[in-house]
Design a protein around this ligand. Structure first.
Ligand code: HEC
Length: 289
């Protein structure tokens, strides 16, 4: 059955070979990080399993099997096509060379044990009030945030514990991770909403924290959440390129009242106005009340 599926898929799809890195970012990076297991195994582990075996790598990606206890089922990547998967293979083997696996503290391969774990910590998981592509980030202190990669936007911040991922990983209950704490900030919509449709381009890890990247109206945006110095809040560092042609007016309204501060731009309640010259790089501090 599996081999028939594989053959049919590889014959049906023969597309030009686009860039492996881009294809990896779009199709795989949500679940596979370079040196640590998040949802799926790290690229270092994949390299160990598949070095010199591109055919088997392609075959797995088109028809993944159930292998690891407690892991979710990897969805078929048949839509990428055999050519694309070979490009991804070359990219994965290349970037995972000479990299060592980061040993996660706590012993739980998903870092989602019900007890508390070290920070910062990133977890791709089904979260309440966010799409299936939510990413939970535990910052320093006791603040955590949820970013929805499906809609390319910040969703909410909470304080207290991180998440109890067990209902999700064990596939019982309602399948949603439980937040351990209280939601203190819930953003009503993306500040870039009025500019048009956003497209998620993936995220990279910088000092243990994710930098999310997306586009809107021809602008390439990165967004990095961090802890606020002194606690009880968080910051979000943005870059926008190229510099926007006119002033950026960004609405950060939330269901809860917070205090907004930034070195650049001017605030009117929850609305930040930035001149083009200031918009290329700015950081906002959100102080929880
Ligand atoms: C929605 C999450 C998700 C996405 C997206 C995803 N994977 Fe996976 N992948 C997994 C999980 C989970 C496993 C482990 C499954 C298991 O062991 O039961 C896995 C395992 C693997 C393995 C290891 C197979 C083995 O023999 O152990 C390879 C190779 C792999 N994925 C390649 C890819 C490629 C290539 C892409 C993108 C084209 C991709 N994956 C996209 C979740 C994902």
């Amino acid at each position: 059955m599996k081999s028939i599926l594989f053959l049919a898929a590889s014959m049906a799809i023969s597309q030009a070979s686009p860039d492996g890195k881009q294809l990896f970012t779009t199709n795989c990076s949500a679940c596979h990080l370079l040196d640590q297991m998040v949802v799926g195994p790290s690229l270092v582990e994949i390299r160990k399993l598949y070095e010199g075996k591109p055919d088997e790598f392609v075959k797995w990606s088109i028809a993944p099997e159930r292998k690891r206890d407690g892991a979710i089922e990897m969805p078929s990547m048949v839509h990428v096509g055999e050519g694309g998967l070979r490009e991804i293979y070359t990219h994965v083997m290349g970037i995972s060379k000479e990299v060592k696996i980061k040993v996660q503290k706590g012993g739980d391969p998903y870092g989602a044990s019900p007890t508390h774990t070290s920070r910062p910590q990133v977890q791709r998981i089904f979260m309440p009030d966010a799409g299936p592509a939510a990413i939970a980030v535990a910052l320093d202190g006791d603040t955590s945030v949820c970013w929805d990669a499906g809609t390319s936007r910040f969703r909410y911040a909470w304080t207290g514990g991180f998440i109890d991922g067990y209902p999700y990983w064990k596939r019982n209950g309602d399948g949603l991770a439980k937040i351990e704490g209280e939601i203190r900030y819930l953003e009503n919509s993306s500040p870039f909403e009025p500019l048009g449709e956003r497209k998620f381009l993936g995220y990279k890890m910088e000092a243990g924290l994710p930098v999310f990247r997306y586009t809107v109206a021809g602008l390439d945006i990165t967004e990095k959440p961090s802890a606020k110095e002194g606690g009880d809040g968080f910051t979000r560092a943005f870059t926008v390129s190229p510099a926007p042609a006119k002033r950026l007016i960004l609405d950060f309204s939330s269901t809860q009242d917070v205090q907004y501060t930034s070195e650049k731009g001017s605030w009117s309640k929850n609305i930040l106005t930035l001149d083009p010259i200031d918009a290329s790089e700015f950081t906002i501090t959100f102080s929880l009340k």
